[in-house]
Design a binder for this molecule. Structure first.
Ligand SMILES: *Cc1c(COP(=O)(O)O)cnc(C)c1O
Length: 407
């Protein structure tokens, strides 16, 4: 997408607006596929929570992707997008037995991440195949800050509880058909990922009827120019080799599963906002834009960096700006950022706005959630309308206080 494409989109659909580049999503999907092309049966399950627009799900499914879901609602969205139940995995944390049973009835593979529910589920439904999520407890050494499934994490079943886990499986006679881990961190150090994988392989040896091993995700994407990112190609080479050895020892070809969210959609997304006001104080020049953390919370929530370009004046002289939102709270997108000279009315484009951006948007300050556009085949397609005032009122009930008093 060129600057002009982005300007045209902001003009046609208004601002703020999310724009996703279909080609970039396909590029990332095929890149991952290629890195693991030597694996006989590779399945990529897109993590729906990253960006759950139904057209995105449909598009990823058309590329050959399955879905990784964390709620029954995400399962239903995936089904609505036409994804067959067999291509959906449900990997929740802390949900009720009832919700898990509901998902089973929809024909979807479930993943259980605690012993209490595992035991209850196994006792009631010994015939339903279950994948288990383990916590490998790997802490990266050296100066790396990455911690994979650390001891205090609420996710997964601790590998130290393996004896108890095995007893539950034996007592209930349940069928474990997959082993899963998801580290949740930005993985840069492939060695750390491989070490966690060793623990997964170790755990897997305890089960006779496995069909797949799910290595989760956590791939890091670049946020700035020349930023480091997970070397997917190197990971592909090393993990494939190790996986093959495991399958040989195990005596059967297993399916290798990944569940990337960020990797597939982060870089495909741009968030376009208009500059409402330039405010010069004694120390700072603020650019106030027509959005806030109600629409893009990552910078305030995680301290994430999003590159910001002035697409209205890309050749302008660089100046320093603090880019802030219109929410009545501190909502700073960027501090003292070098951006091409900004005039009121200009359109700014935020990078890496595909993952955990729209999907975390809210109505705080009673603002409408933005529109979403998919740039596909050289054309902009509206895939979600901007909300309206009716949306804010929907589901609200007005009490007639006079009537209530008389009753
Ligand atoms: C969130 C999540 C993912 C995706 O993580 P990314 O960092 O976006 O790739 C994968 N698997 C599970 C179980 C998740 O909860």
């Amino acid at each position: 997408m060129t600057n002009q494409d982005l300007l045209d989109i902001a003009k046609e659909f208004g601002s703020p607006v999310y724009v996703y580049d279909a080609d970039k999503i396909a590029f990332q999907f095929n890149r991952l596929k290629k890195a693991f092309s030597q694996v006989k049966d590779l399945r990529i399950h897109y993590a729906v929570k990253a960006l759950s627009n139904i057209s995105i799900l449909k598009y990823l499914n058309s590329l050959g992707s399955g879905m990784d879901t964390v709620s029954v609602q995400e399962v239903k969205l995936s089904l609505e997008a036409g994804v067959p139940p067999k291509d959906i995995i449900y990997t929740p944390n802390g949900v009720s037995l009832e919700e898990i049973e509901q998902v089973v009835r929809l024909g979807v593979q479930i993943n259980i991440d605690n012993l209490s529910i595992l035991e209850q589920f196994g006792a009631k439904h010994p015939d339903v195949p279950v994948c288990i999520r383990i916590n490998p407890h790997i802490l990266a050494g050296g100066n790396s800050k990455i911690s994979v499934g650390h001891v205090d994490s609420k996710f997964g079943i601790s590998i130290h509880q393996m004896p108890l886990l095995l007893r539950i499986v034996e007592n209930t006679g349940m069928n474990i058909n997959g082993i899963h881990m998801h580290t949740g961190s930005d993985i840069l150090d492939i060695e750390v990922f491989l070490r966690a994988s060793e623990i997964l392989f170790d755990a897997a040896k305890n089960f006779k009827n496995l069909e797949f091993l799910d290595f989760g995700s956590g791939f890091k994407v670049p946020y700035r120019e020349n930023d480091i990112e997970t070397d997917i190609e190197e990971l592909g080479e090393k993990l494939t080799e190790r996986f093959k050895v495991f399958c040989k020892e195990y005596g059967r070809e297993l399916t290798l599963v990944f569940e990337p969210g960020k990797f597939l959609v982060s870089e495909a997304g741009k968030f376009l906002a208009k500059v409402n006001v330039i405010k010069q104080t004694t120390s700072t020049v603020f650019a106030g834009i027509d959005t806030g953390f109600n629409h893009l919370i990552r910078p305030m929530f995680y301290g994430s960096h999003h590159d910001i370009k002035n697409v209205s004046n890309p050749e302008g002289k660089f100046r320093f700006y603090s880019v802030v939102g219109y929410i009545c709270e501190t909502d700073t997108f960027a501090n003292n950022r070098r951006i091409a000279e900004i005039t009121e009315g200009d359109i700014l484009a935020f990078s890496n706005a595909g993952a955990y951006s729209f999907s975390m948007a809210s109505n705080f300050n009673s603002r409408y959630r933005p529109a979403e556009v998919l740039y596909y085949n050289g054309k902009a397609h509206l895939i979600r309308e901007r909300e309206t005032f009716e949306d804010l009122l929907r589901h609200q009930k007005v009490i007639d206080f006079q009537q209530v008093t008389l009753e």
